[in-house]
Each structure stands twice: as structure tokens, then as C-alpha cells.
Design a protein around this ligand. Sequence first.
Ligand code: FES
Length: 108
Amino acid sequence: MKAFITVCPATDIPEGQRAVFSIKDRWIAIFCVSGRYYAIEDVCTHDGNTLTEDLKGNEMPLEGYEIACSRHGARFDIRTGKVMKAPALIDVPWFETRLEDGYIEVAI
Ligand code: FES
């Protein structure tokens, strides 16, 4: 059963930024875009690469609401986890978020 877990103060992820957290043995990336928070698993469903960084540790940019995997170019929508471009064929897990008393919570 999913339950909301408090992750961090909202001020830790300013507009246009993201942060990655280890929650229940999963790497969860939380993005702040246009004042809303979006959470996806930070693992590409094609071959397990992180989505938020390239192999050198450089941050992968968001393009609108899409993030591209640095290895083979699969793209995902952070609002839904949906695959937007192959070679990935499976959506990345997406998690509901909410703001409670200034803290970001994620349902996992
Ligand atoms: S590991 Fe992400 S596209 Fe291949």
C-alpha cells in the first residue's frame, strides 16, 4: 500500500531544480517545475542508467517536462513517467507528490 512519506522542505528544491533521494530502496528524483513537484524513479527502464545525470555525473537538463537518458536517448515525461522516445518501451515509475506544511511528500 502506498503512503505519503515526508522527503524534504520545499525550499530544498527551488523552481527549476531537482534532487534525488533514496526512499524505500529506490532512487527517486523530484523536480520543481512551474511551482509543482514531480517525482519519478531515477532509473531508465531501457538499461538501468540514471536519468538525472550522465555517465560523468553531469546533470541532464529538463526540456519542458521531458528528460532524456544520456546513454541511448530514451525520453520520459516527468509528469507521468510515460516513455516519449525509444529505445525504452516501458514507462518509468511515477509517484504522486504533495506539499504539507512546507514539506514535499511522496507517495510510495
Ligand atoms: S539506458 Fe537509458 S536509453 Fe538506454
